[in-house]
Design a protein around this ligand. Structure first.
Ligand SMILES: Cc1ncc(C[n+]2csc(CCOP(=O)(O)OP(=O)(O)O)c2C)c(N)n1
Ligand SMILES: [Mg+2]
Length: 359
């Protein structure tokens, strides 16, 4: 194991040096996530979506800023609050909406639902419902890419894996085992903790030590570390970019805390009685979308009219996604047996699909 270098400081104003077009795309991506989530909540209330639904509203800057700091083929993996990451990665909202509705056109063929968005073509590896379970899987992804890059292609480690996790996952054994393995194996990966202050109804300082400075969790395992304002997409990019590049260069892991807030409940059935209206209002005033829109309108070539046009375009796009998803059929019953193993029918089922009416 190599020794830990000095943590890379966030480079000020990296995002501010990017062209207008890039920042407008970030705004467009954040608006898409917000609108997608608003319409998902409506669909859920209209009983079009089964199971659980965890809404990402408030946290948009994290997914968009972090993805912007990565290459397209850097693997990403997350927990069940996964719609924002998939959309930021470029998964078509049609395929995301169809997944929520349980249709074959969904990004997991309608068989995973809200908590299991996958898009291998965009190196998006889920969507995982067990708190912390994505951490060892993230280690596996990082190990696999490094093995491919260094051993098979006889080159340098080229990929950085980002494993997103909630603050609640910090208390899981799997997270600590994963951090230890990443440290001992020198894996090029980042554990990106989206600290939204709560694990269901439990405030972070009731369940986690050093809630005031989560980045210290990295120290025991010899990882690089950073603390990032997750309500400001430019700051997310400025914080993530140098750490991503350092992980890639040195093939070393890092842990970052992204301070954010979820505006809605834990899931659709949460009345949010464990926090005050004043607290919610405080964060709503920090809104990541308003912040970037204001920046673009005051510092760049963007105006109210362009903003309205973008909002309108986004609404149309999501409306069309819903229409497309509703027209997609439910998966056939035979689909129960596909995508279970890498080999179509797996090692146990033989070479053809079992008949559904077999006893
Ligand atoms: C191992 C495990 N324990 C408990 C649960 C139930 N559970 C689902 S979400 C959650 C809270 C997780 O909070 P956090 O990691 O902060 O993510 P957030 O919901 O804030 O995005 C819990 C306890 C679970 N899914 N898996
Ligand atoms: Mg949380």
């Amino acid at each position: 194991m190599s020794t830990m270098a000095t943590p890379p400081a966030a480079e000020q104003n990296l995002a501010a040096k990017l062209p207008d077009e890039t920042l407008r795309e970030w705004l467009s991506d954040m608006l898409l996530i917000r609108e997608f989530e608003v319409r998902s909540m409506q669909a859920y209330q209209n009983k079009k979506i089964g199971g659980f639904l965890h809404i990402y509203i408030g946290q948009e800057a994290v997914a968009v800023g972090a993805v912007a700091a990565l290459n397209d083929d850097d693997p990403v993996i997350t927990a069940y609050r996964d719609h924002g990451l998939a959309l930021a990665r470029g998964t078509d909202p049609k395929h995301c909406m169809a997944e929520l509705l349980g249709r074959i056109g969904g990004c997991s063929k309608g068989k995973g639902g809200s908590m299991h968005f996958f898009d291998k073509a965009r190196s998006m590896y889920g969507g995982h419902g067990i708190v912390g379970a994505q951490c060892p899987l993230g280690v596996g992804l990082a190990f696999a890419t490094r093995y491919q890059d260094e051993v098979i292609e006889e080159g340098r480690s080229r990929h950085v894996t980002v494993c997103f996790l909630g603050d609640g996952a910090l208390n899981q054994g799997a997270f600590h085992e994963a951090m230890n393995l990443a440290g001992i194996l020198d894996l090029p990966m980042i554990f990106a903790c989206e600290n939204n202050g709560y694990a269901m109804g439990t405030a972070i300082d009731r369940g986690t030590t050093r809630a005031d400075d989560l980045a210290v969790k990295a120290v025991a395992y010899g990882l690089e570390r950073a603390t990032i304002n997750g309500m400001d997409v430019q700051k997310v990019y400025d914080g993530m970019k140098p750490i991503v590049e350092q992980c890639r260069r040195a093939s070393r892991p890092a842990f970052v805390e992204l301070r954010t807030y979820r505006y809605k409940g834990h899931s659709m059935s949460d009345p949010r009685k464990y926090r005050t209206k004043e607290e919610e209002q405080y964060y709503e005033e920090e809104d990541p979308i308003d912040r970037l829109a204001n920046y673009l309108m005051t510092q760049r070539s963007f105006d109210g009219e362009a903003y309205e046009a973008l909002v309108k375009k986004t609404r149309t796009r999501v409306r069309e996604a819903i229409k497309w998803a509703e027209a997609s059929p439910a998966p056939d019953l035979d689909e129960l047996y596909t995508d279970v193993y890498v080999d179509t029918w797996g090692p146990y089922l033989g070479t053809s699909p079992p008949k559904m009416n077999d006893k």
